[in-house]
Design a protein around this ligand. Sequence first.
Ligand code: FDA
Length: 394
Amino acid sequence: MHTFDAVVIGAGAAGLFCAGMAGQRGLRVLLIDHAEKVAEKIRISGGGRCNFTNRDAGPANFLSANPHFCRSALARYTPQDFIGLVQRHRIPFHEKHKGQLFCDESSDEIIQMLLRECEAGGVARWQPCSVNAISDGFVLDTSRGMVRARSVVIATGGLSIPKIGATDFGYRIAKQFGHKLIDTRPALVPLTFDAGQWAPFVDLSGLSLEARVTTGEGKSKGEFLEDLLFTHRGLSGPAILQISSFWSPGTPIRLDLAPAQDLQADLAAAKNASKRKLGNELAEILPRRLAQTWLAGKPDLAEKPMPELRDRDLQALATGLQRWELTPSGTEGYKKAEVTAGGVDTRELSSQTLESQKTAGLYFIGEVVDVTGWLGGYNFQWAWASAAACAQAL
Ligand code: FDA
């Protein structure tokens, strides 16, 4: 029987960070992962450059059934703390957009940094190693033998991207120890539409433009001004990934395809000033492909010179483009989702330490917990902050 102070299961962002920090506090720590390689999600994140935090991350950037839960951990381990660590490891980085920080070179630098931190803490690492069972009192039956530990940290992440090792292990352990789960669903994910409904827009596939996207009402309303991407099956791009986390099946999303403009006023002005056909005029205001596709079913309008158009037709056109309402049929699912929303119900965890309120010594950190960040480095910041809160309590 091997004995450790703490066993951390899952060598992803949260698990590696927690193990290193706990080891450096003098604890004997074992880090287990069933995959050959550690932190595959860090590797593929941010297009290979890892958007490792967001300078402005705060509780408002997270979704949860218990929205205040993340406050304590986020306040005690801030983006500035992680930036300091990255700087101490001399990893060059840059800000790309709205506070998002990326490595200049490669996300592998973040992985190597976390591994060095684990080494500095004398963390034992078993990989690939699977955990068959965890019994009360924390005896773990693993593929490399039996292990006893005072504390167990579940850092096995969510269900997104099963082909690089995502499993429901964390949720199963949570249930075994009597925890409630908030229903899981793919988030930060492209939205899809029925083939028939989408047929008129398939030719726009590959087109990207800035758009304002909204969904929901009141407290559950989401609104983002970001780039939108048309795909063969529906919509993607940052604007859609963001709104997907707020979207409920069966409800519509609303798009403003010309958010920097007042199209009604622009078209009214063009009616007085231009003799061009509407199709040509619209192609000056919007991307040409979008203008052509939008008017494709309305040749009478497209071919009419501006002065001959009725005000109400121009008004309807402007409203259609700036308040386009459409109901997705679904999402691209976990195979394309960047994160999993929902997870271990935070109302049964300590917000100070992430410890289970049902079983002393059992902790849940990172994405397995019902705390889901927006797109833009927030999910990693939650992984670091929840890991730090736990590591200090172990
Ligand atoms: P994570 O998924 O990192 O780690 C879980 C670990 O547990 C894995 O190593 C896995 O192998 C292991 N595991 C699973 N089941 C197990 C089992 N049964 N036994 C043993 N081990 C098991 N976020 C962000 O802030 N900025 C970004 O740029 C991106 N980019 C991005 C791109 C893509 C394509 C994806 C899919 C995701 C992102 N994210 C992101 C989200 C981010 O990657 C994610 O939120 C964190 O990695 C979550 O960290 P965790 O440590 O909780 O899980």
